[in-house]
Design a protein. Sequence first.
Length: 293
Amino acid sequence: MTAKQVLLLTRKTTLYAFLFLSCAVCNGQQELDVFDKNLFDEPFAGDAQIEDFREGVSESASFDNWQPIFEETSEEPCLLPFDYVRHFGFRHSSTHGRHVGRGIPLEGTSWKNRPYHVDWFLGSFLGDELIHGRVSQDNELIAGLRLGWDIDYFWGLECRFGWSDPNIQLAGVETTPINGSIFLSDIDLVYYPWGDSKIRPYGLIGTGFVRYDFVDDMAVSRNTTLVSIPVGGGIQFHHWSWLAWRLEILDNIALGSDGLNTQHSVSLTAGMELRLGARPQSYWPWRSSRRIW
């Protein structure tokens, strides 16, 4: 390109630029910035809606003070009235659990799994003097039936019925001894100090009645009922889940009345317990083989 052509092109470019600026001035155009500074100064219509939404959410989230549906339980264990025997030095499951570690504690089974029992007993009944210096009793067998319920690992309740027919000895009368009749019935409180163990010693105290039926040395037929207080103890042996053995010695105290002396008739018996009250076998599909201890 020659110098003449370059000069001509420059003149044309200058002319076009002058014409463009002239048109812009005539039409009143203003130079625009890249960003309009007044764009965000104008209020946005959606701001009011957003603010209303925030206020609604805050009002919806304001709940009343939380209150439990059920009464809150205290940290202390719930105790039954009978549990307070611990304050007198006796043991109870609320303070000592199932056992105290003596007498071969039961594992995989428990006396409480079958809390009820029915048992019979048989033994010797050592009679006392019925009327001082006049009428006495010979030693005789005693047999009976007992019903019981283990209300705790350390405590139980029992009801006992016993019979005996001792010979009656009359002072100063040489005749063939005549059989008398004794019937005992009482309710007893039983305490197991070792708890849920295979070998379980116990102490017992109760109250009830004992009836004496005999003929005295004056040929008078007597049928007298006295208040009884059996006191004693024994030991139980857990053989199977449904069977237990028992040895027991009691002083069958009978308070004197109607001309009869206060009696201290000692009974030494052995018995067999049938344990009852096990839960039925479970037939749930996921543990169909579960059995009662």
